[in-house]
Design a protein around this ligand. Structure first.
Ligand code: MN
Length: 492
């Protein structure tokens, strides 16, 4: 069963008393059949829950507060099979605390040309019932997604699934606790930000612990626990070093960090190489393996990227797609073949590897500690996105770039870290200019399972600014968008 099936979406079907019991019974039957079909479709990753058609203001309010109070409910889906006067919806929609998807669909696909009569028309009138519903949502300025199409169509279901993933991201975001080990890297601006505002907008509880707390946990790890962790490393990775003492130290760090994360209910964490104190190695392999397990991670005190990494992993936790903390590292400016090489000092998630990762030990030029063990590998080819969140002072801005990860033809025998090679859209130069004009960070999250669609919906649900860089990006239009956004967001 998909790991996203634990998230419920309440399907609220609107009508009114005008039509009589027979029509309402048919509406209920149709809705139940639709829900059962959606739940049986592997393309729909989450669970859809239907209670009963709602006919008046009280029933609508009750249905909405029921969804609000359901701890597994990640969103509400509304649909008007018949006409449901939307002043009846005002109280309910005012109370709504969950992301909203309005589907404009119809039980039947085709008009039954030979038998159509006014009974049929009165039963199947979402064409205008959903317009009445759309008006009240627009009038109330509700953030929402509208998807129109026949409910059995693959495209319609795929679009529904994308929105569900965005809502799951919002759900996990609102309960996310982020463990800060130390502070931000000294003097770096883009990894800073307003943590109170982040909690208000995203729900992230970002809390700091001193490195001493981690060191104590590291010291308490037993040899037996290290042995068990080493066994896992040997199962998942190729041991390509004889320096097992260095690897055992990463195992010790991982066991300690995992306990700390579990005990505090944290879903994401960061480190800072400038503040290691008595830690013998910067967590490299340890951080990489924890990312593989689903934890969000970022380096250098970057709590925003660590949190985003966790959120994006949670949106695709049912897929074997690959999501990692990432950093733009080095350009390849070959004419008509411009590429960007992403890597980090150590910490790239093995979920994006195209080969069995190797455990190796190399010295680290910075941090003034022992040579850390790390996983080295090449990332797989394929379409992906890079996403980052920056604090603009009066708002958060998410920037997303579509990229095509490339097969890495060169061996790069002297490169001691995992690497990704991508062609950003529309091209290296325009993508880089757009990202830089928008103030995008050097840190980001790379995902092979998400696209502009899910991340745009996520940004709307979280009420943050969204900038997309893709195949149709024109640099002058993008600069204009940034200027207009600045005015709009200051007025909000
Ligand atoms: Mn970095």
């Amino acid at each position: 069963m998909s790991s996203l099936k634990k998230y419920n979406f309440h399907f609220i079907v609107g009508s009114q008393d005008l039509y009589g019991e027979d029509v309402l019974k048919t509406v209920n039957e149709h809705a139940a059949e639709m829900v059962s079909s959606l739940n049986g479709d592997s393309a729909v990753p989450c669970t859809v829950v239907f209670h009963n058609v709602v006919r008046n203001s009280d029933e609508i309010y009750k249905a909405v507060t029921k969804a609000n109070g359901d701890p597994s409910c990640a969103g509400v889906i509304t649909w008007m099979h018949t006409f449901s006067p939307s002043k009846m919806w005002i109280n309910g929609l005012k109370a709504l605390q969950k992301p909203l998807l309005h589907v404009n669909t119809q039980f039947n696909r085709d008009i039954p040309w030979d038998s159509i009569d006014m009974d049929f028309m009165n039963l199947n009138q979402s064409a205008h019932g959903d317009r009445e519903h759309g008006y009240i949502c627009a009038r109330m300025r509700l953030p929402r997604k509208v998807i129109s199409g026949w409910w059995r169509d693959e495209t319609f279901r795929r679009r529904m699934a994308c929105w569900m993933r965005a809502a799951v991201g919002a759900f996990e975001s609102r309960r996310l606790r982020v463990l800060r080990v130390s502070d931000n890297m000294r003097n770096v601006a883009v990894t800073e930000g307003d943590k109170v505002e982040a909690q208000l907008k995203f729900g992230w509880q970002v809390n700091h612990y001193g490195v001493g707390d981690i060191i104590r946990a590291v010291d308490e790890v037993t040899e037996r626990e290290i042995d068990a962790q080493m066994k896992e490393y040997k199962q998942n990775y190729e041991m390509a070093t004889v320096d097992l003492d260095a690897v055992r130290y990463q195992a010790r760090e991982e066991v300690a960090l995992k306990k700390f994360l579990e005990q505090g209910g944290f879903g994401a964490f960061h480190t800072n190489f400038e503040d290691l104190q008595q830690l013998r190695q910067l967590p490299g392999l340890a951080a990489q393996d924890l990312m593989r397990l689903g934890y969000g991670f970022a380096a250098e005190g970057d709590w925003k990227t660590a949190a985003l990494c966790r959120v994006m992993k949670s949106m695709t936790s049912d897929l074997d797609c690959g999501t990692s903390f990432m950093e733009d590292y080095t350009y390849h400016f070959e004419p008509s073949n411009g590429m960007n090489m992403g890597a980090h000092m150590l910490e790239i998630c093995p979920s994006i590897a195209c080969e069995k990762p190797k455990i190796k030990v190399f010295p680290l030029g910075i941090g003034n500690r022992e040579a850390p063990a790390r996983l080295t590998f090449k990332a797989k080819p394929g379409p992906a996105v890079l996403a980052t969140i920056v604090d603009m002072g009066d708002r958060f801005r998410m920037i997303v770039n579509d990229v095509i990860c490339q097969k890495q033809e060169h061996d790069m025998p002297r490169l001691p870290v995992a690497s990704v090679l991508w062609k950003p859209l529309p091209c290296l130069e325009t993508s880089a200019e757009a990202w830089i004009y928008a103030g995008g960070a050097h840190h980001s999250v790379l995902s092979y399972g998400l696209s502009d669609t899910e991340l745009r919906d996520f940004a709307e649900i979280m009420d943050i600014e969204y900038i997309h860089i893709g195949s149709d990006t024109d640099i002058n239009e993008l600069r204009k968008e940034l200027i207009i956004n600045d005015i709009v967001w200051r007025m909000k």
